[in-house]
Structure formats: structure tokens, C-alpha cells
Design a protein around this ligand. Structure first.
Ligand code: NAD
Length: 508
């Protein structure tokens, strides 16, 4: 889907857009019961966009009650899998129909470059939904190898009511990663988007209703984490939570689960991921392209951003020259202009945090090879792509997740040190390895502690491969692939005794 419009055409869509601002409960847009609202802003202009319903525990109770009712009535949970598949595919068709409006809405509330949304986020959202939809009537249950005297059936059943709590960095994609498998399995789903990015999720819920997904099966509650998110986490009638966000808040969801009903809790959290470039890496131009993309994509606001470049000292200077040159190609500016590769940082809070990290890097003795400052453009929150050279593994910028367009370059002597430095982090989401030696490719990718290791490229695999983290990057399950369906299903054993013992008893 590369049908890019011009900046003027995208702007004209933005100017005429009808923006959803109420929660979506039981198939209807609904204001919060207490009447409260909160403001959202366009990070590219600083202008207020909407006043969004602030849902509290009473609103969450209402959404859960309707979700439970729909689940018990079986309007979705007991619908024939082929029919569930058909309606989920219809949802994807409606998203495709409304793609320009959804893309502009996403850009306006998140500051993401429209080019990325049209060429990456939207196509991946559609592919994800269609892939899980197709799985709905193709996943078989199992028969256990228990001999002739018994029949053991191992069957999947939907959890019931599932809540999905989302971050702001990939609003459409994250909602698809969660609802794709959750709805495919027959659950009723309640989504809580991040407070900065509500509108595309709300529009998706409306489209789901149009696609024939019954009221109560896909609801959206909007509001701040400590109010709306907390109420979901502690709710006694929610069976499972799928969370994507920071490790700090992920821990809270484990606590909420322990304090309430031991609801299934799956966490996808942060990362401090490395690009590891060994001395025998070939084609340093290509390596530089991947390294720069991996750290700058989505302004570095990406859990799998490779924010550390760990490179063998023997080739460091050659690679650095190419990396710095490539960074200049990444034009930063107004997100609705398709010529821009980088847009605005999500919020003033995040912007200030990134600039503080840049100052800390300078103070701790790293040297700025590119960027290192904000870009002034009205009230827009823009930061120049920044590369720090001469970084030591002990420095703050090498240890903490910055979640911005900032790369820390660490030189090492040999493969052993490269692996040691790469693994010297409390996170373990993803790593990219560059080498021309097949043996190193296998051995080092096994040695790197990460849920995904890409070799001679940057990426996250695709919809067919599981995505999630080791160590503080994740807990309890995986997104993507058929493993994602495990998050949203219970496993039941049905055991039938087939021995003739009972027959003999009857005859006697
Ligand atoms: P966050 O943890 O601040 O918020 C995530 C969600 O949790 C939001 O919906 C928020 O409203 C909610 N929340 C916040 N406080 C809460 C509380 N006390 N109780 C209940 N809910 C609460 O994360 P963010 O700032 O939106 O996103 C950035 C983080 O997400 C980064 O650390 C990033 O690495 C991570 N992330 C991970 C993945 C992944 O797949 N592993 C993907 C994207 C982002």
C-alpha cells in the first residue's frame, strides 16, 4: 500500500476529520459516567486535538459487564470459527477502505511520519489481522498419545473477558497484535489505548461493529493509566491482561493480578537493544543502513530500537563514517509531509526526557558525532537524530532505555567482548548481529540474550514468528505467530476412559 498523497491532500483530510472522543462500550460511543474528560494534543503543532472521555472504575465495570454478557450469550465465543474469520477479514477490508483517514488520525495524535504509517504501520496492521483471522478455522486441537484404553483430548477454549493495555508508539499495529488473536479465539476484548493516542483505536472499534462483530465483544475504555488501566488490572471479572508498555508499569500489572483474581498476565516491555557488528562484517554500507534504520525508525520510540551500536574497534571508524553520512538522509519535520522520515516526539514529557539523556551523555564524556539538540519549529516537539561516539558501557546512555532518536556507539575488542557488552543489560528484547562468518552467525546468535536475534539485517521477524523478550523485556507469553493464540486461550484436558473394565462390570 504505497498510495501516498501530497502534504496538502493529507492536511486537507486532517482539517475535515470527524474525531471520536467518547469511549466505545457495548457497540456505542459513550461519555464517561462521571462526565470527566482529558485533553489530547498534536505533538507536531502543540494544538489541542480533542477532549477524550476519562473512564473510571464505574465505566470499566460497565464495559466488563457487557463483555461478559456477550461472552456468556455466545454471540461471538460460540459463533462458527469460519464465520468469525469472515467478519475479522471484513474488519481488515473496512480498515483498507478508510486507510487515509486512519493514517492521518494516527499521525495527528502521535506525531508519526505519514510515510511510515502508510508504508509500514497500516500494511502490517492489515496483514496481522488477516493472518490471525485466517488461523481461526485452521487451528486444530490435539489428541493425546494415551493408548487404546483412553482418549485424551487437549482443547483450547477462549479465556473469556480479556483486556489489552497499549502504548502510544504504534497505536494501530499494537491494537492489531492484540485483538487479532484475542478475537480469533472467541474472547470478548476491552482495549485501553495509551492516553496520548485514542482515536484510531476508537475508530477501529466502530469499524468492527460495522464488520459484524457484535456489541460488547470489542470495547474501548479511554483514560489515564493510574485510573482506567488500574481498574482493568484489579478487576475481578477479567480473565486475562495483555500489556505492552514499560517494564515499570508491567510490574504493576503482575501486582494487580496477584491482588485480584490471578488473571493471566502477559507483558511486552522495554529494551536496550544492540546492533553487534563483528570485524568480519561485509558490506558496511548495508550495515550502516540497517543500524541507522534500527535506531531512528519512529524517532527511536520503539521497544526494539537498537539504541546501542557495539562494533569491533578494527572497523569502527569505517562504519562510523557511513552511519553519520546516512543519518543526514533522515529528514525531520512536519509529519503530514510525506518527504519527512522523522516526525515529532510524542509528548513534552518524553521530549524533555530525551533531551535530559542527551545532556547526561555529554556530561558523562561521550562525544557527539551527529545531532545532540532539539530542532526548533514553532511548538513542534522535534529532536535531531543524535549519535554519541566514545560511549562506555557504564554510562547512563548505554544502560537506560531512552526511547528517542539517540544512538550510543561502543567500541570493543573481538567477538567475546562484543557478546559480553551486548548482554550486559537488564533487558533482552532484540539484537541484530552482523558477520560474514556462518559459524559466528550461529554461535553468537545463540549467545545473545534476546527474544529475537536478526542476522545481517534489522527487523522483528514477521507475523509468523513470535515476538517478546527475555529478562525485564517481557513475561508470560509472546505476541505474533500462533504462539500469540496461547495468550488468549485456556488449555483443557478431556479424558475419556475407553477400557473394557466398565463393560465387564456391567456384564457382571
Ligand atoms: P507505559 O508503561 O507508560 O504505558 C503503557 C500503558 O499502561 C498505557 O496505556 C498507560 O496508560 C498504562 N498505564 C500507565 N500507568 C499505569 C498504571 N499505574 N496502572 C495501569 N496502567 C497504567 O508505556 P508507554 O510510555 O506508553 O510506552 C513506552 C514503553 O513501552 C517503552 O518502555 C517501550 O519499550 C514499551 N514498548 C514495548 C513494546 C514491546 O512489544 N515489547 C512495544 C511498544 C512499546
Amino acid at each position: 500500500m504505497s498510495d501516498l498523497l501530497t502534504r496538502e491532500e493529507f492536511q486537507s483530510i486532517a482539517d475535515r476529520m470527524d474525531l471520536p472522543s467518547n469511549a466505545f462500550i457495548n457497540g456505542r460511543f459513550t461519555a464517561a459516567r462521571a462526565g470527566k474528560r482529558f485533553d489530547t494534543h498534536n505533538p507536531a503543532t502543540g494544538k489541542k486535538i480533542a477532549e477524550i472521555a476519562l473512564c473510571d472504575a464505574a465505566d470499566v465495570d460497565a464495559a466488563v459487564a457487557k463483555a461478559r454478557e456477550a461472552f456468556e450469550r455466545g454471540v461471538w465465543s460460540k459463533m462458527h470459527p469460519t464465520e468469525r474469520k469472515r467478519r475479522l477479514i471484513q474488519l481488515a477490508k473496512l480498515i483498507r477502505r478508510d486507510r487515509f483517514q486512519l493514517a492521518v488520525m494516527e499521525s495527528v495524535e502521535s506525531g508519526k511520519p505519514i510515510r511510515d504509517i502508510m508504508t509500514v504501520d497500516l500494511p502490517e496492521t492489515l496483514h496481522c489481522l488477516e493472518w490471525h483471522a485466517e488461523a481461526t478455522d485452521k487451528l486444530y486441537d490435539q489428541v493425546s498419545p494415551s493408548g487404546d484404553d483412553a482418549l485424551g483430548l487437549v482443547v483450547r477454549e477462549p479465556l473469556g473477558v480479556v483486556a489489552c493495555v497499549l502504548p502510544w508508539n504504534f497505536p494501530l499495529m499494537m491494537v492489531a497484535w492484540k485483538i487479532g488473536p484475542a478475537l480469533s479465539a472467541g474472547n470478548s476484548v476491552i482495549v485501553k489505548p495509551a492516553e496520548q493516542t485514542n482515536m484510531t483505536t476508537l475508530r477501529l472499534a466502530e469499524l468492527a461493529l460495522e464488520a459484524g462483530i457484535p456489541p460488547g465483544v470489542f470495547s474501548v475504555v479511554t483514560g489515564p493509566g493510574e485510573v482506567t488501566g488500574r481498574a482493568l488490572g484489579l478487576h475481578p471479572d477479567i480473565n486475562g491482561i495483555s500489556f505492552t508498555g514499560s517494564t515499570e508499569i508491567g510490574r504493576k500489572f503482575l501486582e494487580y493480578s496477584a491482588q485480584s483474581n490471578l488473571k493471566r498476565t502477559v507483558l511486552e516491555c522495554g529494551g536496550k537493544n544492540p546492533s553487534v557488528v563483528l570485524a568480519d562484517a561485509e558490506n558496511l554500507d548495508e550495515v550502516a543502513r540497517h543500524v541507522v534504520y534500527s535506531v531512528l525508525w519512529n524517532m527511536g520510540q520503539n521497544c526494539s530500537s537498537n539504541s546501542r551500536l557495539i562494533v569491533d574497534r578494527k572497523i569502527k571508524d569505517k562504519l562510523m563514517a557511513r552511519v553519520v553520512a546516512r543519518v543526514r538522509d533522515w529528514r525531520t519535520g512536519y509529519p503530514l509531509d510525506p518527504a519527512n522520515a522523522l516526525g515529532a516526539i510524542i509528548s513534552k514529557e518524553q521530549y524533555d526526557k530525551i533531551l535530559r539523556y542527551i545532556e547526561t551523555g555529554k556530561k558523562e564524556g561521550a562525544s557527539v558525532a551527529a545531532g545532540g539538540e532539539a530542532i526548533k519549529d514553532g511548538e513542534g516537539l522535534y529532536i535531531a537524530p543524535t549519535i554519541f561516539d566514545e560511549v562506555k558501557p557504564s554510562m547512563t546512555i548505554a544502560k537506560e532505555e531512552i526511547f528517542g532518536p539517540v544512538l550510543s556507539v561502543i567500541a570493543v575488542n573481538g567477538t567475546e567482548e562484543a557478546v559480553k557488552v551486548a548482554n550486559d543489560t537488564s533487558y533482552g528484547l532484540q539484537a541484530s548481529l552482523f558477520t560474514s562468518n556462518v559459524r559466528s552467525a550461529h554461535r553468537v546468535s545463540r549467545a545473545l540474550q534476546a527474544g529475537t536475534v536478526t542476522v545481517n539485517c534489522y527487523g522483528e521477524g514477521d507475523i509468523t514468528t513470535p515476538f517478546g523478550g527475555y529478562k525485564l523485556s517481557g513475561f508470560g507469553g509472546r505476541d505474533n505467530s500462533l504462539k500469540a493464540h496461547d495468550q488468549y486461550t485456556e488449555t483443557k484436558t478431556i479424558w475419556l476412559d475407553l477400557s473394557d473394565r466398565h463393560m465387564d462390570e456391567k456384564v457382571d
